[in-house]
Design a protein around this ligand. Structure first.
Ligand SMILES: [Zn+2]
Length: 83
């Protein structure tokens, strides 16, 4: 039997989690989920002091604008600059 629970790997913590742990870009034609899990968003929020809403906005922007060239390293590099 196949696994019916859809999972996705977070590009920040590398954990494979249920799709529901990831924020969906509802405003896009394709309902892609962000490559970062909500746990990481919360963690980033506490480290950087940015609101979760703001962080989600940034990641949405990243995923939209770097769709074809998005790499795992973007998730790390981006926050190294901010911290
Ligand atoms: Zn994560």
């Amino acid at each position: 039997m196949s696994n019916v629970i859809e999972t996705k790997q977070c590009w920040r913590c590398d954990k494979v989690q249920k799709q529901t742990e990831f924020f969906t870009r509802y405003n896009e034609m394709r309902n892609d989920r962000l490559n970062i899990c909500m746990t990481c968003i919360k963690e980033e929020s506490s480290i950087t002091g940015e609101s979760q809403k703001e962080l989600i906005g940034i990641y949405k922007y990243m995923q939209l604008n770097f769709r074809d060239k998005l790499e795992r390293s973007h998730y790390k590099r981006f926050w190294l600059k901010a911290v």
